[in-house]
Design a protein around this ligand. Structure first.
Ligand code: CP3
Length: 342
């Protein structure tokens, strides 16, 4: 069905001539064509207008020809749908004016009907699928329940998410109730995305690494596992935990098709911790894209040689930075597409 199915084959662990490549946050601010749309429409208008979201999704594909597209949207549309107000403030980022801090705040948090609240995402998926014309697969995504809780409680981005952690450690019952509501919403949301046409889903646990290994199991992993259990028979699931190398052994037994790795974990260690059998995705330091293109290409080839060309998806270890030169991002993609196994 899909003409370039390298990405799906790598997720299934099949042998390939070269690994597939895409970049986290590839639909974003390093692209001049994205900045043109950003100048005209505010953030949630871009997310909520299928014409805009689908156009932004295919922009990086047109420019570079990655092996997968990821739908332009945000993890914070989930709290919005759950009746928690979310704004995107220029210069500050996510801003939640009424954060969840106690059991009473929880009363207003709902598990919504997905079509009623997030139908626009499904429309954007359908429109994107038409534009992609079955050339490459489309990835859908959601934040992990823990990462969503971080924003719902902290109310904004943070260096340590101290208020979110304090909430979990002083009011664990309320924390687990919120995490379960987010999990139930996320499962229903991802199932709708699959019905609308995405070919794989990625769960972003961007702030999992803020937790100790023990707390990670209790407040984050338990809920990601529920999501994997609910989705694994319907689509390919990728679990990405930033700073979560300590949990890779558990993650490898989860039923996920692939695991994301950040750049603080070496390829060898990631293979060792996961038992060598599961597809891994990552882990180029996003800041390394400032190196000259020639050096980027060398490093990418080295990275592929250590991960191995099979059961591997080339990606960054986290999202691309807004100030990366477009030709450097191009060198990253090109190096993979030119890759020849030794
Ligand atoms: O990967 C892609 O190309 C798809 C688009 C995507 C966005 N957000 C668009 C976006 C994805 C996958 C996300 C996920 C997301 N959003 C995460 C998890 C992934 C990660 O990087 O850890 C998180 C933690 C968020 C929350 C969020 N949304 C933050 C921290 C910010 C940045 C705030 C800032 O100003 O730096 C956003 C806004 C956002 N989401 C932007 C984009 C392109 C930039 C702002 C804009 O376009 O106006």
């Amino acid at each position: 069905m899909i003409k370039n199915d390298l990405f799906l084959r790598a997720l299934k662990g099949e042998t390939v001539d070269r690994p597939p490549v895409w970049m986290m946050r590839q639909a974003g601010r390093y692209l001049p064509e994205f900045m043109e749309i950003k100048a005209k429409y505010d953030f949630f208008t871009r997310c909520q207008t299928p014409e805009l979201a689908s156009e932004i999704t295919v922009q990086p594909i047109r420019r570079y020809g990655m092996d997968a597209a990821i739908l332009f949207s945000d993890i914070l549309v989930i709290p919005q749908a759950m009746n928690i107000e979310v704004e995107m403030k220029p210069g500050l980022g996510p801003w939640l004016p009424s954060p969840i801090r106690n059991p009473k705040d929880l009363d207003r948090v709902i598990v919504p009907d997905i079509q009623d609240t997030l139908g626009y995402v499904m429309d954007a998926i359908k429109m994107t699928k038409e534009k992609l014309n079955d050339e490459i697969p489309l990835i859908g995504f959601a934040g992990s329940p823990w990462t969503i809780l971080c924003y719902c409680v902290q109310g904004q981005g943070s260096k340590n998410f101290d208020k979110a952690k304090e909430f979990c450690f002083t009011q664990p019952l309320a924390a687990h109730e919120l995490l379960q509501k987010i999990t139930d919403t996320t499962i229903a949301y991802l199932k709708e995305k699959v019905k609308a046409g995405v070919n794989a889903v990625q769960v972003f646990d961007s702030w999992g690494g803020m937790l100790s290994p023990t707390d990670y199991q209790e407040f984050s992993w338990k809920y990601i596992q529920q999501i994997i259990d609910a989705l694994k028979n319907e689509t390919e699931v990728i679990a990405f935990g930033k700073g979560c190398w300590f949990a890779l052994d558990t993650m490898a037994k989860s039923g996920a098709s692939a695991l994301g790795v950040d750049w603080t974990c070496s390829a060898r260690n990631a293979r060792y911790l996961t038992g060598g059998n599961i597809t891994l995705q990552g882990n180029f330091d996003p800041t390394r894209l400032f190196s000259p293109p020639k050096e980027i290409k060398k490093m990418v080839i080295q990275m592929i040689n250590v991960f191995g060309k099979d059961k591997y998806i080339v990606n960054l270890g986290h999202g691309i930075l807004p100030n990366i030169p477009i030709e450097n991002a191009g060198a990253f993609i090109e190096a993979v597409k030119e890759y020849k196994a030794e």
